[in-house]
Design a protein around this ligand. Sequence first.
Ligand code: XMP
Length: 500
Amino acid sequence: MSGTILVLDFGGQYKELIAGMVRSLSVYSEIKPGNITADEIRRIAPTGIIMTGGPNSVYLPGSPRCDSKLFALGIPILGICYGMQMMCHMLGGEVSPGAAGEYGRVLVTPEDSAQKPFLALMSHMDAVTRLPDGFAATARTGSCIAACEDKGRKLYGVQFHPESKHTEGGRGIIESFLHNVCGAAKDYRLDDYIDTQVADIQEKARDKNVLLALSGGVDSSVCAALLSKAIPGQLVCIFVDHGFMRQGEGDEIERVFSKRKLRFIRVNAERRFLAKLKGIADPEAKRKIIGEAFIRVFEEEAAKLGDVPFLAQGTIYPDIVESGGGHGATIKSHHNVGGLPEILAFDGVIEPLAGLFKDEVRALGKKLGLPKSLVNRQPFPGPGLAIRVMGEVTGEKLDILRSADAVLREEIGRMKRKPDQYFAVLTDTRSVGVKGDFRTYDYVIAVRAVTTGDFMTCEYAALPNSVLGRISSRITSEIPAVSRVVYDITSKPPATVEWE
Ligand code: XMP
């Protein structure tokens, strides 16, 4: 690979979008903190730098800054939104609190009359009001300098977000920066990633066995597929079926992986998990009990195996970027299979997906022959349906929810443009209904469907009435224990995606 583009993070929510877009243009990218030193950058020797947006105002004390020596390294820099404001401010220009902030799609007019005006996503209060020496404005909106450049120093700024799909030609702007300004070669390919990881895994594991907790989620599944390609016969996958999977899911996982060159162990532990959850209604208590029981079962199964010195995990690049970036308050204790190495003693941990974004993991899964149903799977919480059954979890309630969820997924699955996540929730409310000539008193199912980019926030999806109607009539007629279907129309915040 002949070059890396560094994406310096100044707190914008778009850093992964930018880095992902760069990679999708066949140029390798990495995300680094905004305060990385010029010395470190010199060591990495990137082909170009992109500075992200962020929620701060440059003239406020304590707002993030890059190392000022960066601008003199001769490496091309593109500053986006806050990145442009910071660059202009640090180089002697002026940034002012915007009298008229711009939010949403705004018409941008290039100074060069040969180029057409275009709509671009803006999201800013402040704006650059005087450019530093050497800079020229290259585009404007009605109220701000929308783009600027100092060609001599290869410094570029855009006030809008070219990484957003709401900016017309945004991808082309990034592409032009990469190829025309940075001269980056288009040589980043997922096939190369597979080759280097296969070699790395082989070198690390040699002839030893590797253990993987396979949940059936996208990351652990792709991890299993990659490992079985690298070290066929040395991989042991333990699939702890806690009984909270969706309809048919456990069997699908078994079908897919028992065909591959690995040892697949399915542990049917539904009874054990349900026994532990008896009488427990509190959501956090349920999550903790399931997390702990999961580790105990995994530990017991691993102990039975004997000689398995390595542990593999499906950690992906955003997990690493996020854990270095500090977290806000814990809203829910997310139960994942991470954290296992603290419990069991292993000689080493193998994380072959640690350099990839989620889209790349999906693409890799396809290249490795995993079925689409697995690779394009929606996010699914570790504790599974146990946190979609409100209150105490029982086998009967799980069966009702599984059937309702299957209907909902089938109906929404037929839509051309689907929400990003959709599922059914079994509420702990019963309501009166009438079926035939009889009064019923049965369960209420809630429909949850959201659109989101990052799952940190979301909007409820406005499902067409026809789809909602079909979901409701099918669930109430096909599942006798349900008397009513309601639609959750809450965004996040204030609600979360999951109900518990
Ligand atoms: P919330 O409910 O926190 O969910 O708004 C945000 C996203 O995370 C998923 N989610 C989980 N994923 N383990 C996971 O791996 C969990 O315990 C968990 N809880 C929620 C949720 O489905 C949504 O996509």
